[in-house]
Design a protein around this ligand. Structure first.
Ligand SMILES: O=C(O)C(=O)Cc1ccccc1
Length: 287
């Protein structure tokens, strides 16, 4: 896919100044970006052909997968991954400028559940009795605080959101761990990697692997050896519930190789021979 001829439309988890918005502008620039209120709305917009791409958060270094994305992407969607971007995340506590002198009186703190989780220790230590309110994004929380100057509330989000919604940063860098990175993925109806400047040297392939029905012992070992003896490096393996009953899982496996390479083709054939059902989300680069 070449992006040189036209400017694609891209749905992102908005509103403006969300972390996903920053990831989207880094990859695509600011033209053609279409904010959506929720992750499912982003996925639906691309499924219905209203936009060419969607960009959503997939996984956080501290908190693991973003459940909403996993649920919609791996259970029923027909989308492929065309690119990923990994970004450092810094969280700040922000209040309405009218509250600047009264940040000791915060009555509730609003943010995306992943952001609240990333600041858990800070919140436990400083705001143990303050109710935490979940919002659809950190930017939605910042916007809410900006639109309600009469309320004694705070948001957690990035510096751009504080600037965009004219808020005062009451406390900087409140995330609990220094290494706080999030992986965002670009999705579309077409398989194939985005070709933008400055991508990783190697392509990566994401697979969803369902175990065979017969539940024989040692099958996970067999699956891993399919990759091991071919020296195919895995950068991630995660088990997720199938949602069909307790104890039923599928695996999300990221392999550091392009699926067009002969070794990968062989691996996919061998997985099929083991009676595993495999869906490839395609091969793509990291930005
Ligand atoms: O809420 C946002 O701004 C997002 O884009 C989702 C998110 C939340 C926390 C860390 C990374 C991404």
């Amino acid at each position: 896919m070449s992006e040189t001829q036209y400017k694609p439309t891209v749905a992102y988890l908005g509103p403006e100044a969300s972390f996903t918005h920053i990831a989207a502008t880094t990859l695509f620039g600011s033209a053609g970006l279409v904010p959506q209120p929720t992750i499912p709305d982003c996925i639906e917009a691309v499924e219905e052909g209203k936009v060419a791409y969607a960009i959503v958060p997939l996984e956080n270094a501290l908190e693991g997968s973003v459940p909403m994305t996993i649920d919609y992407l791996f259970h029923g969607s027909e989308l492929f991954i065309n690119a990923e971007i990994s970004m450092a995340i810094e969280q700040h506590l922000m209040v309405n400028k009218k509250m600047k002198e009264k940040s000791g009186q915060i009555e509730s703190i609003h943010s995306h559940p992943v952001a609240l989780a990333q600041c858990h220790k800070y919140l436990q230590y400083h705001y143990r009795r303050t109710p935490l309110m979940q919002t659809t994004s950190t930017a939605a929380a910042a916007k809410h605080v900006s639109e309600n100057p009469e309320l004694s509330i705070a948001a957690i989000g990035n510096r751009l959101a504080a600037e965009k919604y004219n808020l005062h940063i009451a406390e900087e860098n409140i995330h609990d761990f220094h290494f706080n990175h999030t992986r965002f993925v670009v999705l579309s109806l077409r398989k194939g990697h985005l070709d933008l400047p400055n991508h990783s040297e190697r392509a990566k392939t994401t697979l969803m692997v369902k175990l065979p029905e017969d539940d024989r012992s040692g099958v996970l070992h067999q699956i891993l050896s399919v990759f091991a003896w071919r020296k195919l490096n895995l950068s991630k393996i995660e088990s997720r519930p199938m949602k069909t009953g307790l104890g039923n899982y599928f695996f999300i496996i990221d392999v550091m190789e392009n699926e067009e390479q002969p070794m990968m083709k062989g691996a996919l054939e061998e997985l099929a021979a083991l009676n595993c059902s495999v869906r490839s989300f395609g091969s793509y680069y990291t930005y």
